[in-house]
Design a protein. Sequence first.
Length: 304
Amino acid sequence: MPTGPMPDDTGRIAVVTDSAAALPASWVRDAAARGRFAVVPMPVMVDGDIFDEGVDDLRDALRAALEAGSPVRTSRPSPGQFSRIYGELAAKGITGIVSVHISASLSGTADTARLAASTAPVPVNVIDSRTVGMAQGYGVQAALAVAEASGTMEAAAAAARQACGACSVYFYVPSLEQLRRGGRVGAAASWLGTVLSIKPILGLRDGTVVPVERVRSTAKAVSRLEELALAASGSNDAARWAVHHFDNRQPAQELSIRLGLRSGAADGGQLTTLPAVLAAHTGLGTLGVVVPGPATDTSSTTEP
């Protein structure tokens, strides 16, 4: 439910999210320039130094820390960060905000957003996306499309929930070690005893990480990701997908190309580097695929 003053359904609605949405940088810049969108960066702590996603260039620092096995931690943004962004949007004439965030089972970000929303100058509807990455990002894009078409806050929130809930999420990690360290391994914990001999394919269900399959090689894992993504896409030429990667762009690009060739939707792919706040938990070599539901309409984008 919205927090704060009663919404004005004839007003200007904006959308806020966090950097776990893995939205392509070019899309974020364009959306923010139109005045109805903002991203709250999520902090990442590498060897005692705190970096903000999208503000500080932390990919090299994170890569080096993961390679060395150095401590890496993540945290939720502060209430003040949300308050500042909500206030800035209100000052621009925004009369209602839909705030779409990483699964509450993985982070306390949505709770922090609700705290800030309780004192915001305009009504804020905080959405627990129950997902992460571009599954969250597709929900953000759907909500913003409604907002920019002069839709109500309730309609934008409903679009976000529908899009997030319709997505299929699969990802491969070379090792479960980083997920174990961060406490995000969830139902996959039973696999830890054989972590050195398997290549796990994981997914998201009800907002938490769950095991999908175990394979014996990276090649088989990538092949299985491809099959899972195609099955989720269906057989029509309107297929869409997002491929996430960290420190392995070439395999991700090749996977996206194969998905385009096999689905007959060569322009349906979106390729993005996994945000540091997620890579800190999944580790080097992560490869993920997000497939939106048929009602989710978003443009194809490739991030440099």
